[in-house]
Write a protein that binds this ligand. Structure first.
Ligand code: AMP
Ligand code: ZN
Length: 485
């Protein structure tokens, strides 16, 4: 049974969705005004691991993520770039989606730009106005009244006793000590330019149509209620979102529906650099492009797996320090995994024995059982990885004995695939049929014959020639093979 730590109760709890055939999951997406930094991807990889684990355990998931394509930053940066807000944000949304693919992160079933949710936000706010959960202030913006909200502060564990009273906040990021009424819908300012919506709001039976634009927190509530009304099973995000964003999401959604919004809240900790959160504002961040540029000579696909491995090798409720030395160590580890897959490919091809020993098959089952157990224990990925690496050693040792049958090799490959459904760090392309061009094969054969005949100078020159054609000769216990560089 899966247990996860619920931020709402501050306890590890058994995960019991309302309907295991339709587990409703929401997670906050990026603000699309620039390239995402790799800290963001730590969170998205963690969320990916949770979703893959749930699917592996047999749940049917239904996932939604928003894209914030209107806020102060997107408006400001689109103006600087002299582009329309929609063209500008589409550019970065597309880059973000490509980055997800590079890191093998499953895309949500619905990825929703928030400018497509304006009508939903307006009708939510009208309900809030009607129920007296919201008011129009003298500055023309609409605010949410936290005093009316019964459990305000539960998620973020706010203690209202020592707080400053009743300041209104129209800033996205504020500290817990400043918990106060927050803005839902913002009056237009000149600096917003063309970016506004004219919508009708009803307050005290009076209709107001003004130039306005939405604010951050309401968009996620509207997105959730559009797809999942009235409640969801699991809401995820980085810990920086607990307050005020998620706290405010709960307040708005519950005020509208009168129902508990999300049963479970799971938050992952940050990626750090030299003890500080990696973030755009601290200018201590790297994008995937930066990493690709720095490791130009490493196969990109290997680099992305190494980054994924680096992130899942940390507990999600602990921060991870990023360094290039760490990334390089992970590249080496990924190379070792590749080495095993290549050995398996050779062993499968050259071995005709057909049997599976009882002890061998039992051993494989134990590995998977332990692996599942560690994931079910609050998604303990470092533990799951250590079992995976024990499995890698086991497989290498079995290949060393030469006693392994081709059926057993196939079983190892199947188990590797099972592990990888969640981990996403194994490249199985080495198992695919060799598509080496004929003239390359011929040079390879000629080199092997030259070596057998002890004509080493010819063998070496053929090897060098193959290298210039991007093929490397590798001698291993399983025999000599050609590898594309
Ligand atoms: P943002 O675009 O800043 O709203 O962030 C998008 C997601 O990335 C949120 O879930 C944040 O919590 C998360 N995030 C931002 N910075 C980091 C970091 N350094 N480490 C982990 N997650 C982060
Ligand atoms: Zn959100």
């Amino acid at each position: 049974m899966l247990q996860i730590y619920n931020t709402l109760t501050r306890k590890k709890e058994i995960f019991k969705p309302k309907n295991s055939e339709n587990v409703k999951i929401y997670y906050c997406g990026p603000t699309v005004y620039n390239y995402a930094q790799i800290g963001n991807f730590r969170t998205y990889i963690f969320e990916d691991i949770i979703i893959r684990t749930l699917q592996f355990l047999g749940y049917k998931t239904n996932t939604v993520m928003n894209l914030t394509d209107v806020d102060d930053k997107t408006i400001r940066e689109s103006q600087k770039a002299k582009m329309s807000l929609s063209d500008f944000t589409k550019k970065y949304a597309d880059i973000f989606l490509t980055d997800l693919e590079k890191l093998w992160i499953k895309k949500a079933d619905n990825i929703v730009p928030v400018t497509s949710l304006i009508d939903e936000m307006v009708s939510m706010i009208n309900v809030l106005l009607k129920k007296w959960f919201a008011y129009i202030s003298e500055d023309g913006s609409i605010y949410f009244t936290i005093a009316k909200s019964q459990n305000y502060g539960q998620l973020a564990h706010l203690d209202f006793s020592g707080m400053k009273q009743s300041v209104r906040i129209d800033n996205d990021e504020y500290e817990k000590e400043l918990a106060s009424d927050f803005v839902l819908w913002k009056a237009w300012k000149e600096s917003d330019g063309e970016n506004y919506w004219e919508k009708e709001f009803i307050f005290w039976e009076e209709k107001k149509v003004l130039k306005w634009r939405p604010w951050w927190h309401i968009e996620c509530s509207a997105c959730n209620l559009k797809y999942f009304w009235p409640e969801i099973d699991l809401h995820m995000g980085g810990i920086d979102l607990i307050f005020p964003h998620h706290q405010n999401e709960i307040a708005q959604s519950e005020a509208v529906t009168g129902k508990k919004f999300s049963r479970y809240w799971v938050h992952s900790w940050h990626l750090m650099v030299d003890g500080k959160k990696m973030s755009k504002s601290l200018e201590n961040f790297y994008t995937l492009n930066d990493i690709e540029e720095k490791y130009k000579n490493t196969r990109k696909e290997m680099l992305f797996r190494a980054l994924r491995l680096l992130f899942i090798n940390g507990k999600y409720r602990e921060s991870i320090d990023f360094s290039f030395a760490k990334l390089e160590a992970n590249i080496n580890t990924v190379e070792k995994i590749d080495e095993l897959v290549k050995r398996l490919a050779m062993a499968e091809k050259n071995n005709k024995k057909k049997w599976v020993r009882r002890d061998f098959s039992q051993e494989l089952q134990y590995f998977i059982a332990d692996y599942i157990e560690s994931l079910e224990d609050d998604i303990n990925t470092p533990e799951a990885l250590s079992i995976f690496f024990n499995f890698i050693s086991f497989a290498n040792k079995e290949l060393d004995t030469k006693n392994i049958s081709s059926d057993e090799v196939k079983s190892i490959i199947d188990f590797l695939k099972t592990f990888n459904q969640i981990l996403g760090i194994v490249d199985f392309s080495f198992l695919e049929e060799n598509t080496i061009p004929k003239e390359i094969e011929e040079k390879f054969e000629a080199r092997n014959t030259a070596k057998k005949e002890k004509n080493f100078s010819l063998a070496d020159s053929l090897r060098d020639e193959l290298l210039t054609l991007w093929y490397k000769i590798v001698d291993s216990r399983e025999g000599t093979r050609l590898e594309k560089l």
